[in-house]
Design a protein around this ligand. Sequence first.
Ligand code: DC
Length: 243
Amino acid sequence: MTGVSIAIDGPAGTGKSTVAREVARRLGLAYFDTGATYRVATLWCMREGVDLAQESDVAAVVETMNVTLVLDPRNPRVVLEDEDVSALIRTDSVALTVSKVATNLEARAALGQWQRDIIAGELEGGYSEGRGIVAEGRDITTVIAPDADVRILMTADEEIRVARRAGEGADLATVREAVLGRDKKDSTVVQFHTAADGVHTLDTSELTIEEAVQAVLDLVAEVRGDDADEATEASSAETAGNE
Ligand code: DC
C-alpha cells in the first residue's frame, strides 16, 4: 500500500515551508522542499559560470549536477557534489538569482521530472518507508503532483508576508525584493495565487504556525476519513452482492 501524499503551494512568507515540515514530522512522512531544487540548480549554475540568460545552456548544466536531497523533516539537507549546501542555497545571492532558473522552461522541465521521480520514490518506499510525502512549492498541486491526496494553496496578505520575512532578520528592501519581486517574476511561469479546482485554500494571515499545522492535519484527517468511508461502502456493497 502506498502512503499519503500532501502537496502544498503558495508564495513566500505564507509559512508554507515551516508548516509542511512540521506536518511531515508529526505524520512521519518525507519532507520535500521543491524550492531547494531550484536553489541548488542556481548555485550550481553560478559555480559553473554559465550565462543565466542562455536558457539551453542553463538547462544542460542543470542536467550535470550531482545532488542528494535528504528528506528527513527533522533535518532536511541538500548535498551538492558531497558538500552540504543547505545554508548556502538560502543566501541572498542565490535568493535574488533563483528566478532566472525558475523561469527557464527547459530547466523547469528537467527539475520537474526530478521532483516527480522523488515523489513517486517516496510513495513507493523511500525515506519514509512508503508512508508518503509532503511536497511544497509553487506548482506541486497543479503540475507536479495534481493527483496528490491532499492539495493545499497557502496564502497570506502581502504586507504580512514581507513582515514575516523581515522578522527573520534581513534588510527590509532586500526582503521586499526577495518576497514580492520574486513572486512577480515566478508568476510569469507558474500560477500560485489562486487555487485550482479541488485545491483547498488556507489563508494563514491570522494564523499561528501551530494553527496552520492543525488546519493541514484536519484536512488530511478529513481526506483519510473519506477514504475510510469509501472503503466501508465498497466492502458493504461487496457483502450485499454476496448475499
Ligand atoms: O520556495 P523557495 O523560495 O525556496 O523557492 C525558490 C525559487 O524556486 C522561487 O523563485 C520559486 C521557485 N519555485 C518554483 O518555481 N516552483 C516550485 N515548485 C518551487 C519553487
